[in-house]
Each structure stands twice: as structure tokens, then as C-alpha cells.
Ligand binder design. Sequence first.
Ligand code: C2O
Ligand code: CU
Length: 489
Amino acid sequence: VLVLCGGGVAVATWTLVRATDTVGEVDFVRPLAVPPLADSRLDDQGRRVFDLIAREGRRDFRGDGRLTRTAGFDGDFLGPTLRAKRGEQVRVNVVNKLGEETNVHWHGMHLPARMDGGPHQLVRPGATWSPTWRVDQPAATLWYHPHPHGATEEQVYRGLAGMFILDDDREAALPLPRTYGVDDVPVIVQDRSFSRSGQFSKTRNSIASIGVLGDTLLVNGTVGPYLDVRTERVRLRLLNASTARTYNFGLSDDRPFALIGTDGGLLARTARLTRIRLSPGERAEIVVDVRPGERVTLRSTPPDLGIGGLSRRSAGGADRLDVLQLRAASTLTPAPPVPDTLVPVDRLDPSAAATTRTLEFQGRGINGRSMRMDRIDFAATRDTTEVWEVLNSDGTPHNFHVHDVQFQLLSVDGAAPPPELGGWKDTIYLPPHRPMRIVLRFTDHSDPNLPYMYHCHLLWHEDSGMMGQFVVVEPGQAPGRPPTHAGHG
Ligand code: C2O
Ligand code: CU
């Protein structure tokens, strides 16, 4: 693998593109790290309280003695898995021990805007921010990461991210693997490049302008990971926490797996697939069947990004990447088959839509505008349904993420969505020039002054202004103004 450093931008970029083409041969030499479940306690008001300390660290990722400067929550890299049940009140004490402002956004969570951890909820160095909210949504695999405007890519790339699992009674009643770290395992996938001295290298891929594409995969922070499997079935909670790269996950022998859940929770029906494409920020819960004694690799093959030629290669679309080796024990604990029917999913009714909006992703902005902290782009009304037509019109890979709500896809370029896009979603890949129609419903948590974000989750694009702000207002209420000077603590 070629090492990048110095040189002109164009040379470095080409080097990176060629280097990523050859990625894929991985020696699986380290047991997969499993993020610990975060400790919590119940306070006198019955709230589940977590502490999350953002801090700097160092880690030798490749066992060669070179220490990479990192950041993490409660540790050197990534953070513990937070876990709470539907109906519970949670409170998270976010302590900022970094030397700079940060914050924590609860990606996929339905909650009041002032608890959302968006760019308006900054935590100064040394300060503590304690958002509290009631979990009011189905069981799902969510995640958390910083969101300071302009610095999200850098902070996530350094290692600030973690998983947030929600539980509920419906999920608990299904015969699914759910022993954390044993047959129910977080798989947080990130790509990184290392400089000669072992630091994370942030050479951006300027040909396709999508951001950083690394040549080394980290899974839960582990390079070259394997997982010992002792049960006939293993549930993998896949999270693409990369800053720019889109993956197309499958098994090395193309065996089908059961897709049971997407961003916002379980599907109505299990989908048997051989591949699942995940762009940055998306999640999928899959159940993989293994046979005694075998080794099978979770792998990413080139995703269909809907773009061709050079731009496809430079967007990471030509890479085959080995992710995680599953090593099945010679004797496996039996596990029941994954049911075909999972949970009821209410369909939102687009014919009830109060408003239809178009969001066009192009260049450095949305609808021709770049993000401004002091501008609210539109207001949605509480207890209404909206239809949004989201379009990538510049041919570069983008995706779309919205805060506060989970949405449903109505159509992809006029056609019915495939099963993997048929459930609750908060992030979707936007193939160029193919309009995606989604339906969303805004319920509680109105606040005319404090906005939620919608944006491209390729973090360099987000930081560069491909983001907008909306508020949820009471019927008849006008949008207000975001606070001019943000900050807490
Ligand atoms: Cu995962 Cu607005 O973010
Ligand atoms: Cu983008």
C-alpha cells in the first residue's frame, strides 16, 4: 500500500485513488473489539443517567508501536454503547474534556431540538451539557456523534462516535439473537488512512470531491478483526460511521442473510438479501447463519453509486474491502429461525400531506443555499404530514439525513422502493438525478426558534454547507430566530 505524504494535491489524490483500488486483502489477526455497554444509574426522578466524557487519546491500531492521536468517549477511540428502553426518561451528562468545542447529536432520535445536539448546542471545553428526554420510538440501532458546524468531519474522523441501542417489548417478544457482544454485535465500520508517523491522514479525494477515503478499515476500532461465533445465528448491527465512503455489505460466499431492521427500527417483514448498501450514517440489522467450524467474511463489494467511470472509482465505488471474519466454533448453540413477520409498521399517508417540498442537493448547498446558522429555511407544523422530494442534481455522491423524525420512502425515481428501503429511515443514499420521494410526520416538540438539521451525511459536504435548518411550529405559528450566539455550560 502506498503511503501518502507531501507532494501536490493532484499527485496525492491519484495516489490515494490507486491505493484504495488495491485494498481488500486483510489478515484477520485481532479479535473484534466490542464497545462496552455504558453504565447507567436511575436518579431520584427515575431517569436513566449516563455519563459520556469526550476526551483525547492515543492508540496503536496496527500493533507496530506507532501511536495515533485519537479522540473518544470514556476511552481513546469511539465510545460505549448507550442502551435504553422505549418509554424511559434518559439523561446524558456530556463532559467536554477536549481542547475545543464539541457536542453530541443523537442520530435517529426523536427528541426536542434543544436536546438534539445539533450545531446550536455547543459544549465549551471543560463544560458539561445534560440533555434529557423520553425515549418515544421503536427499538432501533441509533448512534451518536459530534455535530459542531464545520468541525463534524474532523471530530468524527478522530474517533468521536458510538452506538445507541433502543429496546421495546415488540422486539423483545421476537425470537432474535440479542445477547450483546455474543450473538448481537455492533459492527461500526470506518475507513482511515495513516501517515508515515502513524497519524490519521486526512487527504481528501478531490477528484470526486466527496471527502476522505481511507485505505484501512476499522471495525469498532479494530484493524483486521475476527469474531468468534458460538451460535448458529449472529445478529450484526451494521453502522456506517465513515465520513464519506459508501459500502455494499455481503458475505464472501454470497450467501443470503436476513435483513431485519434499518435506521429507525425493525422491518415489517424480514428481507432475504445478499447485499446491503449503506452510505455514511445508515444502519442495518442483519442476521447471518453460520455452519460449524467455518470461516466466512463480511465484505463490501463495489456499491452501485449510480455514477460511472473515474468518478465512480474515486468515490470508492471500485473497492472490494474485507470487513470482518466470522469464525464459527465446531459446536454451535442452536438458534431459532428468523421469523418472516417482524413488527407492525404503520404506513404514513402521503395523500394527507399538508405540504410538498423539493430539496435539491447541488454543489455546496441545498436549493442553491449554503447552511447559515442564523437562517431557518422552513417551518413544518406539528401534527402534520409532509412529502419531500429529495434530488441529487450534480452527479456527485450525496446522501440525505434529517433530524427529529424517521421517514418512509415512497418512491425511487418513480418506482417502488426495494425492501431494504421500505422501513423506517433517517438517512438515504441519493443516486444522482433520481428523485427520492419521502413522507414524514412531525408530531410533538415544537419550538419556533430552535431548528433541527437536514443535510448530506458525507461529512465534508455537511461541513462545507450542504445543510439546512427547519423548525417545528404550532399550527398558525411563524418561525422565529435561532439564538445568535450558541452555547451551553
Ligand atoms: Cu448523524 Cu445531522 O447527523
Ligand atoms: Cu454530499
